[in-house]
Design a protein around this ligand. Structure first.
Ligand SMILES: *Cc1c(COP(=O)(O)O)cnc(C)c1O
Length: 446
């Protein structure tokens, strides 16, 4: 598909790729085009075509300090030489201990017990298993349901899928294998606008009617990400915490996308001044260098789990506590602890607010919204990802739209000039979308 590609000494065999390699959510029959990346530094991806692209995605929320960061690279290099992996059953090591200490310090007071998982989806699975085992330990084994809200996204494994949006997610596709959970309407009042307390009625009623079966309420705090890039009111989250306290339910917060500064607070739950009983972290945890996630719970939850009939928490992946991943995370969190992210995210936010504002007047733009280092143009129709992707590449940026959303969440280290290139590309592409398909095809190939 990408005709401009010139073979170089770093030639990438995209034919083999198309024939043999799955990519996220793609077909092996009509494989979508892929772009060969040979290296990346700062906020720039170097393609094999010679083109350099400014990254607007942080590689899906993860790469918050930019690519090839000398401090993270050095930490990983040093760690590989010393101890790249060792089983975590019956063995421990400094990288895991140091990382857990940092996570306990950074998160709210209640969160004290750290489970290191391989990926975000697994961190969600672990959180749900903890909740169920907690209630077994409390002699309430019937509390097995998870209550969540529509438009959520929590990962691709089976338990995680069961709490994703029931329509946009993968519920019907896998039938009986996906556990039936309880769904309340998605939060309505928007971040930064008035809160309408009447929206609590629906979820309040579900809780009142079902609390004896509910183990936990699980939600993405403040920002619903892959389920629609929706930013909701902190009062909703605060009210949910109160409902959980009133009916004795655990609150699981999935901060996998929002954690580590993305929404303008270190953790999005800080917007609502609340604490979780169980917190899921991932994505930016290692600065985007290697897969790692964490599920952190309170003393109370850990005690319940440990007093369940099993007597132990029933999860233990092969690569648990991988020292290489932990060392990347430690280096990334040390950068976070230097606090530059606060001014970086604040200035990204104000620049996106001013530069994206005029897109509101485009006829095909339904909404423009910005929260922290996340900027979204919501369009009035579903987008052709492959076509738009090519247009963005032609404009020298890496932005990957999905559904009806053109959005960016750049590395915090992006410069004002680079960010302007992203916002202007968003507006250029958005302003062309109202054309019929044939015209769009003409533009992207012309
Ligand atoms: C990405 C994401 C996950 C899943 O994480 P993976 O590492 O892709 O398994 C879960 N929850 C949220 C909110 C996410 O954004």
């Amino acid at each position: 598909m990408n005709n401009e590609k010139q073979p170089t000494e770093q030639y990438i065999d995209s034919d083999f790729d198309q024939k043999h390699l799955w990519h996220p959510y793609t077909s092996m029959k009509n494989a979508l085009p892929t772009y060969g990346v040979v290296s990346a530094e700062g906020v720039e991806l170097q393609l094999d075509s010679g083109a350099k692209l400014i990254d607007g995605t942080s590689s899906w929320w993860a790469c918050v300090h930019g690519y090839s960061h000398p401090k993270i690279v050095a930490a990983m290099q040093q760690q590989t030489q010393q101890l790249s992996h060792v089983m975590f059953g019956g063995i421990t090591h400094r990288p895991a201990i140091e990382l857990a200490r940092m996570l306990v310090d950074m998160t709210s007071e209640r969160l004290t017990k750290v489970f290191l998982a391989d990926s975000g989806s697994i961190a969600v699975e672990v959180a749900m298993k903890m909740a169920l085992q907690y209630w077994q330990g409390k002699d309430k084994p019937n509390k097995q349901k998870i209550l969540t809200v529509k438009s959520g996204y929590h990962g691709d494994t089976f338990a995680a899928m069961s709490v994703c949006d029931p329509e946009g997610g993968m519920h019907t596709m896998f039938g009986e294998l996906v556990t039936k959970q309880l769904f309340a309407p998605a939060p309505i009042s928007k971040f930064g606008e008035e809160f309408d307390p009447s929206e609590l009625t629906a979820i309040g009623t579900i809780i009142e009617d079902n609390h004896q079966q509910i183990a936990a309420v699980l939600i993405e705090p403040i920002m619903q990400g892959a389920g629609g890039m929706r930013f909701y009111h902190p009062d909703y989250l605060a009210a949910l915490r109160r409902l959980c306290d009133k009916y004795d339910l655990l609150l699981i917060l999935d901060e996998i996308a929002t954690g580590f500064g993305r929404t303008g607070k270190l953790f999005a739950y800080e917007h609502a001044n609340i604490e979780a009983d169980i917190l899921c972290l991932g994505k930016a945890l290692t600065g985007g260098y290697v897969s790692l996630a964490a599920t952190i719970c309170s003393d109370e939850v850990a005690r319940g789990v440990s007093e369940s009939p099993a007597g132990v928490f029933m999860h233990g992946p092969t690569f648990m506590g991988n020292p290489l991943a932990c060392s990347a995370a430690i280096a990334s969190l040390e950068l976070i602890n230097q606090q530059q992210w606060q001014t970086q995210v604040a200035s990204i936010e104000s620049q996106m607010k001013s530069e994206l504002a005029d897109a509101k007047s485009f006829s095909n733009v339904v909404d423009v919204r910005v929260l922290g280092a996340v900027g979204v143009l919501e369009m009035n129709s579903t987008l052709n990802t492959a076509e738009l992707q090519q247009q963005f590449v032609d404009l020298g940026v890496w932005i990957r739209p999905f559904s009806n959303l053109i959005y960016i969440m750049p590395p915090y280290t992006i410069s004002a000039v680079q960010l302007s290139k992203l916002t202007s590309a968003m507006k250029t592409v958005a302003s062309q979308i109202s054309l019929p398909d044939s015209d769009i095809a003409f533009i992207s190939h012309g």
